[in-house]
Ligand binder design. Structure first.
Ligand code: SF4
Ligand code: MSK
Length: 648
């Protein structure tokens, strides 16, 4: 009999708990209820030993049937399944990147409609990074040349990705020696599907290397290009105030939620929602105005650049509708649940899909046309305004729960904040790490998962690491989880950070947890680590840094790809739930052990958060020992004069 959890066993924050109670009272089935109904899940699937790659199968590996019909055992089957997950994740990120490159191409060729190049400086630095000559050229010509380079990164058939050259040189050597430097992004994905076809690659270690290679085509390819193109088109994020949780919905306004991952439409919606004509139309139907807020990573994109409030992370998408106060939810791609229209049916909410590759039964499709973006955005918002009179006040209950936050920590911003506009530099951060005031860096990223108590592991881990003077970098739904708990404010440094991290944060004016963007922006974390290496004093490869990645509550195939590109880059990754490999001791042992000698990093499966804290701290201290920077620090009590003199 499956266990039915109480609302407070499903969610950490008060807003989600109260909406889970309301969902039950309103007769709405949510993801948590469906997770309970699913029970523990199929053991073969959980262990990764179910294969349906050909139609002699499906084959399941068990003691009485240790081999599939073709002779593939648990190691091969689980490794092929894992590589296919990485491939899907890499494809999702990279297709997102491709869309942005095509938009940049249209802008460069004068076909961008309402879009333009917002960050000319970023365009020029990106062109230099990718080896495009810029001398004397106007922006559109530089953009055209850069787009050509980016497009070739997708289509390259031979050689290796040019983007890999952004990584530290020793790391590139590791990839070359191992033969995992990917060629074109698209061809890497095709190759991964080929090698996992029935009867091709059977060696689980070789399949893991394939997973690392495909993931590199994502992190150092498609995702890196996606982030760069977004910054050029929409502006490189700078620190911005915002707030998070369901309390950002406004009972008096037309509430519009953007959900998914693609920033192009959302950027225009931000402008359109402030259009006086549309605001007047909203007032004409009795609303105070139009309130735009976001869910998941589309939310992170517009939070990072405009301070648009975040209504919630992944598992709050249904709960937002349960408030009864959402006129329209606009979905694009990735992480938008199939259930949304059926939840919306219990209220007056309309669900609109805007991508031709992401339709939903019962949701209204309205294909977003980038060449006519503003008109399209206005049409969409008018649907929301028209729906406002249909709201049933008796069904409205918006939790009075939200927390302020500061987001917008692109690397360019971190350079400026640490070094000042005239001596932009990561030096102060390196010095803080070398002197031990910052013990190390942890990238805590990824999703939330309905099988657990959402946000719990992420927030507990983050709080404990900053208490132990580890600076935390975040993206995606993990960042929103911490935003909801007030961890993304400079004040959090005073209240929750360890004493030496607090001093650093106070001196620079940053939170102890830096929100670096959406899940595709994990590329920013790769680059942050790279800039630290390049700054000097902490080794010459990413694998030497006192740094670690963690995906405590991950659920998406994109997270599998992200975890692999971190490990391929030499950065260990802690996973709060294991990959589906536990039916293969050989594969699990290789991922969580053997890889260390191959790429200088490995995975850690750690469901217990306290164990994760200890593992992460030990890992960071071991790296510090190896660098020879673990000199015993003298404890010093700082007075105001000392604080002013702090060199951070
Ligand atoms: Fe079974 Fe092999 Fe076919 Fe997989 S590829 S379904 S293990 S026969
Ligand atoms: S939205 S991939 S649940 S982070 Fe990027 Fe959140 Fe994970 Fe989707």
């Amino acid at each position: 009999m499956a266990k039915i959890r109480r609302p407070d066993e499903k969610a950490t924050d008060a807003a989600s708990v109260s909406m889970l109670e309301k969902a039950a009272a309103d007769g709405v089935t949510d993801a948590f209820a469906r997770a309970d109904a699913q029970g523990r899940g199929c053991g073969f699937g959980t262990d990764g030993v179910c294969c349906r790659l050909c139609h002699m199968g499906p084959c399941r590996i068990a003691p009485r049937s240790p081999l599939g019909i073709c002779g593939a055992g648990a190691d091969t089957i689980a490794a092929r399944n894992l590589l296919r997950e990485v491939t899907a994740g890499a494809a999702a990120h990279s297709d997102h990147g491709r869309g942005l490159v095509l938009l940049l191409k249209a802008v460069a060729e004068g076909r961008g409609g309402d879009y333009q190049i917002k960050d000319d400086h970023r365009l020029r630095t990106a062109a230099s990074e990718w080896g495009v000559a810029i001398d004397g050229l106007p922006s559109n010509e530089i953009a055209t040349k850069l787009v050509a380079v980016f497009q070739k990164e997708f289509s390259l058939q031979e050689g290796k990705l040019r983007t890999l050259a952004l990584a530290p040189v020793p790391r590139q050597g590791v990839w070359d020696r191992l033969g995992i430097a990917p060629r074109g992004i698209d061809s890497s994905i095709v190759e991964a599907l080929h090698r996992t076809h029935m009867g091709v690659d059977h060696d689980y270690r070789n399949l893991v290397h394939g997973a690392l290679k495909t993931a590199l085509a994502d992190g150092w390819g498609g995702s890196m290009i996606a982030t760069t193109a977004s910054d050029i088109l929409f502006g490189t994020p700078e620190p911005v105030r915002g707030c998070a949780n369901l309390g950002v919905l406004d009972e008096r306004s037309v509430n519009v939620l953007v959900h998914g991952h693609e920033p192009a439409l959302t950027e225009i919606l931000v402008a359109a929602s402030r259009d006086p004509e549309l605001v007047a139309e909203a007032k004409a139907v009795g609303a105070a105005g139009i309130n735009l807020a976001g869910i998941c990573c589309t939310a992170n994109e517009v939070l990072m650049r405009h301070g648009v409030p975040v209504a919630g992370n992944f598992l709050q998408q249904e709960l937002a509708i349960v408030t009864g106060a959402v006129e329209l939810m606009i979905t694009d791609v990735q992480c938008c649940m199939a259930s949304l229209p059926s939840v919306a049916r219990c209220y007056h909410t309309k669900v609109l899909t805007t991508s031709p590759i992401a339709r939903s039964i019962e949701a209204e499709p309205l294909e977003f046309d980038t060449s006519n973006a503003l008109d399209c955005a206005k049409t969409i918002l008018r649907k929301a305004v028209a729906n406002f009179p249909n709201r049933d006040p008796g069904k409205v209950a918006i939790p009075d729960v939200k927390n302020p936050l500061v987001a917008g920590f692109s690397n360019q911003t971190i350079f400026n904040m640490l070094g000042g506009a005239f001596r932009r530099s990561f030096r102060p951060l390196n010095d803080a790490v070398i002197t031990g005031r910052v013990r190390g860096l942890a990238g805590i990223v990824g999703c939330t998962n309905a099988r657990g108590r959402i946000d719990d592991y992420i927030v507990t881990l983050t709080k404990e690491l900053i208490r132990r003077n580890i600076l935390v970098l975040q993206t995606g739904c993990a960042a929103v989880a911490c935003g909801k708990q007030g961890l993304l404010t400079p004040e959090a440094a005073l209240e929750m950070a360890g004493p030496s991290l607090r001093e650093v944060c106070e001196a620079v004016g940053i939170p102890p947890v830096l929100h670096m963007g959406s899940c595709v922006d994990n590329s920013r974390i790769l680059m942050a680590a790279t800039y630290v290496v390049q700054e000097g004093g902490l080794g010459n490869d990413l694998s030497q840094l006192p740094a670690i990645g963690a995906a405590p509550e991950w659920m998406s195939e994109k997270a599998v790809a992200i975890a692999h590109y971190f490990v391929a880059s030499g950065i260990d990754v802690v996973l709060g739930r294991p990959f589906h490999t536990t039916g293969s001791p050989g594969l699990t042992g290789y991922l969580c052990g053997g890889l260390q000698d191959v790429v200088g990093a490995k995975f850690h499966y750690i469901p217990d958060v306290n164990e994760a804290v200890e593992t992460i701290c030990t890992h960071i201290e071991n790296k510090r020992d190896a660098l020879g920077i673990n000199r015993k620090m003298q404890r010093k009590l700082y007075d105001m004069k000392d604080r002013r003199e702090l060199d951070v």
